[in-house]
Ligand binder design. Structure first.
Ligand SMILES: [Fe+2]
Length: 193
């Protein structure tokens, strides 16, 4: 289950209905798809795409997406730090960033126009989109592992456009959920990702 944290309001949401309603005004969809009932833990990329074909087709029809793939990130992924450094600074894309998390966890921060920054911690079964043009950044959680279905209209539309206003530097990349530990006053609250 995803968790939303609105740091400036000292507020967290972890109920699916509340999350869906909170995200809707920002143009962000939240859906929960059952994973354990659909694929085994060792499913191949092709098996994942086949298992979720109905959902993928529905999103393609609704959002004009053309292709889907599966990305696998682990601590052993070559060039992982360089890859993460592309996503952990505030940026936008020309098309929606659609991610269905099959395994692992990740942390999106969203910086909406005129609204406070909030984070979405995603884990197995969570589908979200970051709408085109919406400022955001991404961090991995503590185990640096995530496996996602991605949808694209055109791969070139996913090139990040960075903004240089330093907002991402004000927010700790702390993932919420089962492993979350509240920052102690005398400890550095930043968890390395
Ligand atoms: Fe992005």
């Amino acid at each position: 289950m995803a968790t939303i944290s609105i740091t400036d309001q000292n507020r967290t949401l972890d109920d699916a209905q509340e999350i869906t309603e909170f995200l809707a005004p920002f143009g962000i969809w939240y859906e929960k798809w059952d994973v354990a009932a659909r694929i085994g833990e060792d499913a191949t990329n092709d098996e994942i795409l086949e298992a979720f074909q109905p959902e993928i087709e529905r999103l393609k029809q609704a959002g004009g997406f053309k292709t889907a793939d599966v990305i696998n990130v682990t601590p052993e992924t070559p060039g992982l730090d360089e890859m993460l450094a592309k996503f952990d600074k505030e940026h936008t894309h020309d098309e929606d960033e659609v991610r269905f998390t099959v395994q692992g966890r990740g942390l999106f921060h969203i910086h909406p126009d005129g609204g406070p920054v909030f984070s979405i911690t995603v884990e197995t079964g969570d589908l979200i989109n970051v709408p085109a043009g919406t400022l955001h950044w991404f961090n991995l959680c503590e185990n640096r592992t995530i496996r996602c279905i991605r949808l694209f209209e055109d791969m070139s539309g996913w090139t990040p456009h960075y903004v240089d206003q330093g907002v991402h530097e004000k927010f700790s990349p702390v993932c919420w959920g089962p492993d979350y530990l509240p920052p102690a006053e005398n400890l550095d609250p930043v968890v390395e990702v």
